[in-house]
Design a protein around this ligand. Structure first.
Ligand code: ATP
Ligand code: MG
Length: 136
């Protein structure tokens, strides 16, 4: 049975800054994702705090929000069979040093806090995150 899902992907400031957005988008397209919507925006720190609210109690929360709002990001709605898991696989582990060969974070990530991409981690979070960027 088919299980077409939508997930939210963000190309983070470290990657946009290095003009990697088209390269990363072409990886998703090559992997069979449809990019249903996309926009390039610069978040305010308060937006980043809202987006990463689940990490509010973590020691890295403030730096994480400073970073996500430090420059433009490209947010995309990606659609594919099992999109959420498939995107997480293509992204690779949170820490680029631990990411598998061929993954986006292995190829482009600089460090655990400059890891080039975000991807929703569940169906519920995908809905919330898609709505966060594309509610209009
Ligand atoms: P993302 O949510 O950005 O897709 P993830 O799901 O792989 O990443 P999370 O555990 O949700 O990882 O962490 C969110 C972000 O917080 C990570 O992308 C990373 O940049 C940052 N982060 C996570 N753990 C650490 C850490 N130990 N030190 C510094 N930053 C961290
Ligand atoms: Mg996460």
């Amino acid at each position: 049975m088919s299980n077409i899902e939508q997930t939210l992907s963000i190309i983070k400031p470290d990657a946009v800054e290095r003009n990697l957005d088209n390269k990363i988008k072409s990886i998703f397209i090559q992997e069979g994702f449809k990019i249903l919507k996309e926009k390039k925006i610069k978040l305010e720190k308060e937006d980043a705090e809202k987006f990463y609210k689940v990490h509010e109690t973590k020691p890295f929360y403030n730096d994480l929000c400073e970073y996500l709002s430090s420059g433009p990001v490209v947010a995309m709605i990606l659609e594919k069979e099992d999109a959420i898991l498939s995107n997480r696989k293509i992204m690779g582990a949170t820490d680029p040093k631990k990411a598998d060969e061929g993954t986006i974070r292995k190829k482009f990530g600089i460090s655990i806090d400059r890891n080039s991409v975000h991807g929703s981690d569940s169906i519920d979070n995908a809905k919330v995150e898609i709505n966060f960027f594309f509610r209009d």
